[in-house]
Design a protein around this ligand. Structure first.
Ligand SMILES: [Zn+2]
Length: 901
């Protein structure tokens, strides 16, 4: 290895020739050397990555090596993977003869790495310098400018002086978010320093002539410029070369791409980026608080992709199957694993692929069945892994990768999916609404648990969630239990070889849990805690095969289940989705939750039966409920299991004022989390904008279960809470902003109020607008069409329009893509045996059904649903007695502000 490194670093063909075996093809080998080793090399690092026995050689006689060769030529770098076969003469087991190269080949290479440096001999005086990108301008009337160049030209600029940053987002909802952030719809902020990256070929077009004049270098200015450069250069376009080089190596921005790190006094460090490859190509980010302020598609981008997008379309491959074998030591939060991934190439020709994977897990090897050992790189602070393929792989080709890794992996504390995928990488972590514990109340710590889920990147995965089947073997110390995405395999858990627990070298007995996920899941999750199985049952589902017949006749006072049974028995156009008529239900619990978990199987079975009748399916063969402890209620719901947080025996928490807490209905969390098996898991969402389809449905289905179990009044209490939160915070942005709601101010209650509660309220209003029959058929159609796929609001609209025969464009436009809510002026007068009611929509016209409740002198009440879809709606309601009072929206079913005349 040293000899190879020396031959390459001295660029000396003779030294290379000296390394060749007499059996080697000298001419071919020299050709390889000339092609691989250019003149002008300044530094070389050679690392062995793999070693196997040389095919056909006796043991110890020859090896096949995989080497990574990093070459620096001045400020340029390139990495190549070489296969080198070596051997020594027969009978030389004691190693007197040196190793010789038999043959060699280049397997892969990555070019175009640049070690950027500020030009210390060049300084410019700026005069009216203007740098623009989409909706963004940096102005520097006067100041100092330094640059960093590659052979292609200037790729980085440092601006020092009194400048102005201007950001003017075009979309209306982005202006609204900016107003929350800055109080104005555009930002104009003075800056003192800025760092800009551009594609070098665009320098002349971006920097106008005569705005930069060379001046003598002022050492003080240079020091400041160097300081800015050193701090900002590693923040973007930067690769982690690990043991090949500790220096910062950068890639060049693509043409049209632009990054500016701007130091403003008012907002501290602001990053603007235009990244043409992203579906939302314009972003503004506040670094210090890790907040995404803006993210949207420019007009150019919209012209190319249309209004909606599916994040799957951005990925060059489709993962179809995982095989994971991992050991986890919760006490050390240490993982040691191997994952085998089957994928299919989607792009025209795949050369490099990116996987998401936790930065803290060190990858020791990536191999493919097709190519053997592969070259890979980490992108700094991005939880990403770049894998280089030796030659482009054609569309539809299969690719099988195996990764080995080890490292520290801390637990996550996520609540539900409240902060979730779709965000730019490395941004906000899961939060959970932890409130301070008052000191004077005895506090029992929760039983520890380790949840590795969609934000942990605990196994190598696609950059977006990707439906795949899986097998997992998770090995833990024997005192722990494991619940994971999948069905526990027969005979599992099984004893495993003892493992080393800590630095002392002490070994502990261990167990292995094997899971199978034959139905595809969006992501895989593992929960490790001291749990035991407390209950199990097989739940019989009454999913009825539809028959054609009489039209639906709604019977007043029907429970939802009766109604659904009638729907199914009579005229459901949509057949059941799955063939399953039973599902297995398991309950695992922490010791202190065992008593509480006694009713869980019965409750879970009731919930599952209701949801199965509504959707015509249960997506998975088995569902496990894990009853664990946390001082914050809530839970998490990956495919195949739900985790329910229960308070430890004595705990003080202050959760009651939260939009997602329904104190009158303790089963709500379980009903919500179980609904995610259908909505969120079986039906995913196309990108972060569509998350309300998961949370809104989960919330609404939980409300339907509340009605089923507890009756109309508790259901209305829930509706009123939906409405109250939706009315209070709708001005924080449209439901379509997804996780970004409340994000700027770090107010996750805003997120839950809108995504969960307003989302559910919108579904309820839709149901009342088109009627139960159309709505529940629409739900089935939507579920059936999108099962094991990702859905968008447009897919829901399509399903509901197909069933109701009604154009719902304005309904969704107002309720999902816009942030306003209806303002209604209501008046009523009695005209003989009729009540004349009048609604006036002040402002934008919505489609909104409103309940009018008439109370008679004898105490009896009558309810009338009035559907508004015009600026003014007048209706005559029949009366049966003397009216005592008229109430509007008493049930909270309409998200509206109502003023009475
Ligand atoms: Zn949820």
């Amino acid at each position: 290895m040293q000899a190879v490194e020396t031959a390459v670093s001295t660029m000396d063909r003779n030294r290379w020739l000296e390394l060749l075996s007499p059996l080697a093809d000298r001419e071919q080998s020299l050709e390889f050397f000339d092609a691989m080793v250019p003149q002008g090399i300044t530094r070389v690092v050679v690392k062995e990555r793999d070693r196997s026995a040389l095919p056909g050689a006796l043991p110890g006689e020859g090896y096949r090596l995989v080497l990574e060769v990093f070459q620096e030529t001045g400020n340029r770098g390139r990495i190549a993977t070489w296969r080198v076969d070596i051997r020594r003469p027969r009978g030389d087991e004691i190693g007197r003869q040196p190793w010789r190269i038999l043959s060699e080949d280049r397997l892969a290479s990555i070019e175009g790495l640049h070690r950027l440096a500020l030009q210390s001999e060049k300084q410019y005086a700026a005069r009216n310098l203007v740098l623009t990108a989409i909706d963004f301008t940096l102005r520097l009337p006067a100041g100092d400018v330094f640059t960093a160049e590659t052979a292609e030209g200037v790729t980085a600029l440092v601006l020092i002086g009194d400048g102005t940053m201007l950001f003017e987002p075009a979309p209306k909802e982005e202006k609204g978010q900016l107003r929350l952030f800055a109080g104005t719809e555009t930002i104009e902020a003075p800056f003192s320093m800025a760092f800009v990256r551009i594609n070098p070929y665009e320098f002349e077009q971006r920097v106008a002539e005569n705005t930069l004049t060379p001046v003598p270098v002022d050492p003080r200015s240079l020091r400041r410029g160097q300081g800015v450069f050193d701090e900002d250069v590693a923040k973007s376009f930067n690769l982690d070369l690990s043991d090949l080089s500790r220096e910062v190596w950068s890639l060049l921005p693509q043409p049209g791409d632009f990054v500016a790190e701007v130091r403003t006094r008012r907002f501290d460090a602001i990053t603007y980026a235009r990244s043409s490859g992203e579906p939302e190509d314009v972003t503004l980010f506040q670094r210090g608080r890790r907040r995404n302020i803006s993210a949207y598609a420019s007009e150019q981008k919209l012209a190319s992709r249309g209004r909606f997008y599916n994040e799957d379309d951005l990925i060059d491959y489709d993962i179809t199957d995982y095989d994971i074998d991992a050991q986890y030591f919760p006490d050390r939060e240490w993982m040691d694993g191997r994952t085998r991934i089957k994928m299919r190439v989607k792009s025209h020709a795949l050369g490099v692929l990116t996987l998401r994977f936790a930065d803290s897990l060190n990858v020791s090897s990536v191999t493919s069945d097709e190519f053997g050992r592969l070259l890979f790189l980490r992108v700094r602070n991005q939880n990403s892994l770049l894998i280089n393929l030796p030659s482009p792989v054609a569309r539809d080709s299969p690719l099988t990768l195996t990764l080995n890794y080890t490292g520290r992996l801390a637990r996550t504390s996520i609540q539900d999916e409240s902060v979730t995928s779709g965000e730019p990488s490395g941004l906000a972590e899961g939060d959970g609404q932890r409130n301070a514990q008052p000191d004077d109340i005895p506090f029992v710590p929760s039983e520890p648990k380790w949840l590795l889920s969609n934000r942990s990147y605990w196994y190598p995965q696609a950059q977006v969630t990707d439906f795949a089947t899986a097998r997992m073997r998770i090995t833990v110390p024997a005192e722990y239990g494991v619940v994971a995405s999948g069905v526990l395999a027969p005979g599992s858990p099984t004893g495993a070889a003892p493992g080393v627990l800590d630095g002392s070298g002490r070994t502990v007995p261990r167990v292995s849990y094997s899971f199978e996920a034959p139905q595809p899941v969006r992501y895989l999750a593992v929960l490790v805690s001291k749990m035991t199985r407390v209950d199990a049952a097989t739940v019989a589902l009454d999913i009825v095969t539809p028959a054609t017949g009489r039209p639906l006749v709604a019977v007043p006072g029907d429970t939802l289940t009766q109604q659904m049974a009638r729907l199914q028995a009579q005229a459901l156009a949509i057949p059941p989705v799955g063939a399953r008529n039973t599902v297995r239900l398991f309950v695992d619990a922490n010791r202190r939750q065992e008593a509480k978990s006694r009713d869980t199987v019965a409750l879970g079975a009731d919930i599952i039966r209701l949801y199965a009748s509504l959707t015509g399916d249960v997506p998975y063969d088995a569902i496990t409920v894990a009853m664990v402890e946390d001082d914050v209620p809530g839970g998490h719901a990956p495919g195949y299991f739900v985790m329910i947080n229960n308070p430890p025996p004595i705990v003080a928490h202050n959760w009651r004022g939260d939009p997602a807490a329904f104190s009158g209905f303790p089963e709500f969390f379980m009903a919500h989390e179980l609904a995610h098996q259908w909505f969120g898991q079986a039906v995913g969402w196309k990108n972060y904008h569509e998350q309300w389809l998961s949370e809104g449905f989960a919330q609404y289905f939980a409300a339907l279960f509340a009605k089923e179990r507890r009756g109309e009044e508790p259901f209305r209490d829930i509706l009123r809470q939906f409405r109250r939160w939706a009315v209070d915070v709708s001005d924080q942005g449209p439901v379509y902003l997804g996780y970004r709601l409340g994000h700027i101010k770090g107010e996750s209650r805003v997120f839950r109020a809108l995504i969960y509660n307003k989302g559910a309220a919108v579904l309820h209003m839709l149901r009342r607008l088109i009627g139960d029959e159309h709505f529940f058929r629409g739900v089935r159609r939507y579920y059936a069409d999108n099962r094991f796929k990702k859905a968008g609001t447009d897919d829901l609209r399509k399903a509901m329009e197909a069933e109701s025969g009604r154009n719902l464009e304005r309904f969704f436009e107002r309720w999902i893509y816009d942030s306003s809510i209806p303002r209604l002026r209501f008046s009523s007068t009695q005209e003989g045996q009729e009540l004349a009611v009048r609604f006036e929509q002040v402002g934008e016209v919505f489609d909104v059904p409103v309940l009018v409740t008439v109370t008679y002198a004898d105490g009896k009440t009558a309810e009338h649903l009035v559907s508004l879809s015009e600026a003014v709606t007048e209706q005559h309601l029949p009366l049966t007695g003397t009216v005592r009072s008229v109430e509007v929206n008493q049930d909270g079913g309409a998200v509206a502000v109502i003023e009475r005349k």
